[in-house]
Write a protein that binds this ligand. Structure first.
Ligand SMILES: [Zn+2]
Length: 116
């Protein structure tokens, strides 16, 4: 499962950030997952829940924001949200399209409990 190695990686970053901030624990984590990132959000959630148990993020909640696959036509500048993978502009029929979003896999936000 591809998602397991992603989550393993994610936890390395989380532990590092928590150490930097001297945080007691991690409360929540937010990820941005593009429709074309190759990651299945449900698998990511499952992997996160398995992985977090023995970590500083054992009580953390994971939020995943799905990012749609969006392209811009380089000919007529139309922005199109794609739900298929047919690379043709709906407006003018051009195949010269630029990907605007949908390939990302980003750690958007970490919420931590800091020592008072
Ligand atoms: Zn077009």
């Amino acid at each position: 499962m591809h998602e397991l190695s992603i989550v393993a990686n994610l936890f390395e970053i989380l532990e590092e950030k928590a150490k930097e901030q001297k945080a007691n624990k991690i409360i929540s984590v937010k990820l941005k997952v593009g429709a074309l990132s190759g990651v299945v959000p449900e698998f990511l959630e499952t992997a996160f829940d398995i992985y977090k148990k023995e970590t500083i993020a054992s009580k953390a909640t994971l939020t995943i924001e799905n990012v749609c696959f969006k392209v811009q036509c380089q000919k007529c500048q139309a922005e199109i949200v794609k739900d298929d993978f047919v690379f043709i502009c709906d407006t003018c029929g051009s195949t010269d399209l630029k990907t605007l979003s949908g390939t990302e896999l980003l750690l958007e936000k970490i919420e931590m409990e800091l020592p008072s």
